[in-house]
Design a protein around this ligand. Structure first.
Ligand SMILES: [Zn+2]
Length: 509
């Protein structure tokens, strides 16, 4: 099961990490061991003392935890990985892979017919959308080589914006055909699957029939469907049913994005929602991601303006001085209603403190929930999840509040994520797996990003290796960028096992 020292003696290795507490991403309890890697691949795990491993970089990890690099399954880093390939916001948390294209918005394949539609403006400006084919985007990632690995979904809204003349209506059968062909081509070029953002007005007019017809090729490709539900407010059960039924009809795994109970009338319903998940998980692959905060963030949406909870403006095109202020204070200054103030601020970004902490904790504790940051890299005053999501789970929720064991917390950001998104050879510490690694101090790891000072690296991350390359150490990027574009692997039932891969079955969630 573990590396055998006698066989490791014959191995070359360029990295040797000694005496770490290994949490291997499977959810099993940690154990003390050494790990050796060569040319970006883990080659031995076990007691490697006395083994002749010359010319290795040796790291003494006494007192530290070694885990697989974290996989951020919910990002809007599509263009950020090209714009700022150092990716410090993620690397500094121990993230080694980002999944882009969530919530219906993606950088590719896109040929915009008009201005950048909301919320694609979260990703970048119109000139940034220059990847009409998914392969163009994959090639751009590989050419720039960001510091983290990148895998990408194709956004439903992105397809609509490329093919429909207006987005406030359903697509015609001909337009659905065009979107489906574009999606099929992207799947052939390595896209992980399709995402939707049905809560946003530029996708809300799409009936479920449009999604069903569009998503039809996912099953044969072994691809997945992720969805920002049609509503996360009072109608959430209907929206969950719509998403789950689509997965069942098309035989496609479904990931519900940033699961939450939004709005005060919805608070306290997490148990009911988890019951729904439990029932559906007996019939189909149905999981979710979530971020560890009771506030959400996106573009400012008039439909979400309320006096029930605080709304902070993070940016506003016509009123840039409003950034960082509460909508209620702005409205008071302007002597107008919240809605009038919001209308005047648009286009704008906002943080909505619209969740109940108890629900957030319930969703984080669900054994099948993955961690995704949902960070917004273009926001000048980003929600702190951009820089803090993963350390916050490990420090605040795991160590301080004891919501779950550390092994389970790691599983939710590594092995479980790689399993659900079919990222072969990543997410676990196994011989033959890629050496995406994070070394951290479990007693000091902590998120430092706050709502008022959101751009702050976490404490407690000692070192991060991406594909075996030391990329972050003691609070700073090393300047080496070793990320790769990760194309979708063959359909699960036709996966050909890597000859070095460990046959151990991953722990079931
Ligand atoms: Zn979303």
């Amino acid at each position: 099961m573990l590396g055998n020292p006698s066989s490791a003696a014959a191995l070359q290795c360029d990295l040797l990490i000694r005496n770490a507490l290994l949490l291997d991403g499977s959810g099993r309890p940690g154990w003390y061991a050494d790990l050796a890697a060569q040319a970006g691949t883990i080659v031995a795990i076990g007691d490697l003392a006395g083994v002749d491993l010359q010319s290795a970089t040796v790291v003494d990890a006494t007192g530290l935890v070694l885990a697989p690099g974290f996989i951020d399954v919910h990002t809007h880093d599509d263009l950020e990985v090209l714009r700022n390939p150092q990716m410090l916001a993620k690397l500094s948390q121990g993230v080694t892979t980002v999944i882009t294209g969530n919530c219906g918005i993606s950088a590719a394949p896109v040929s915009l017919r008009a201005e950048v539609p909301d919320p694609m403006n979260l990703l970048g400006q119109s000139t940034d959308f220059c990847y009409p084919h998914f392969a163009d985007y994959a090639a751009a990632v590989d050419a720039i080589q960001p510091a983290v690995n990148v895998a990408a979904l194709v956004g439903h809204t992105a397809l609509r914006a490329s093919i429909l003349d207006r987005l406030d209506r359903a697509a015609t059968p001909g337009e659905i055909d065009q979107m489906r062909q574009t999606l099929e081509q992207a799947l052939l070029q390595g896209a992980l699957g399709l995402s939707s953002g049905l809560a946003y007005h530029n996708a809300a007019a799409a009936p479920v029939e449009e999604l069903l017809a569009l998503a039809a090729p996912l099953c044969a490709a072994g691809a997945i469907y992720t969805t920002h539900l049609r509503t996360e407010f009072d109608g959430i059960l209907d929206a969950l049913t719509e998403a789950a039924d689509l997965g069942l009809k098309l035989n496609v795994p479904v990931v519900v994005s940033h699961l939450k109970c939004a709005g005060v009338l919805n608070w306290g319903r997490s148990a009911e929602i988890l019951d729904f998940f439990a029932a559906r998980r007996k019939q189909q692959q149905f999981s979710c991601d979530c971020y560890p905060y009771s506030a959400s963030s996106s573009t400012l949406d008039l439909a979400q303006v309320t006096a029930d909870f605080a709304i902070m403006i993070t940016w506003s095109e016509p009123e840039p001085a409003s950034a960082g202020r509460l909508l209620a204070d702005i409205a008071a200054d302007w002597q107008c209603s919240l809605l009038e103030a919001a209308t005047r601020l648009m286009p704008a970004g906002a943080v909505y403190h619209g969740m109940h902490e108890a629900d957030v904790q319930q969703f984080l504790q669900a054994p099948y929930s993955m961690i995704g940051s949902d960070g917004l890299p273009c926001d000048p005053l980003p929600h702190p999840r951009l820089w803090g999501a993963f350390p916050r789970v490990l420090g605040h929720y795991c160590r301080d509040l004891k919501l779950f064991e550390l092994a389970e917390a790691i599983h939710k950001m590594t092995g479980l994520s790689a399993e659900n998104f079919n990222l072969t050879g990543r997410g676990l510490l196994r011989e033959g797996y890629q050496a995406d690694l994070v070394l951290f101090d479990p007693s000091t790891i902590r998120d430092n990003a706050t709502f008022t000072h959101p751009v702050a690296a976490a404490a407690g991350i000692s070192a991060v290796w991406v594909n075996g390359v030391l990329s972050y150490q003691q609070g700073a990027a090393t300047g080496q960028r070793a990320g790769r574009f990760l194309a979708r692997q063959p359909a699960r039932n036709s996966v050909i096992k890597h000859p070095n891969s460990n046959p151990d079955k991953e722990a079931q969630a």
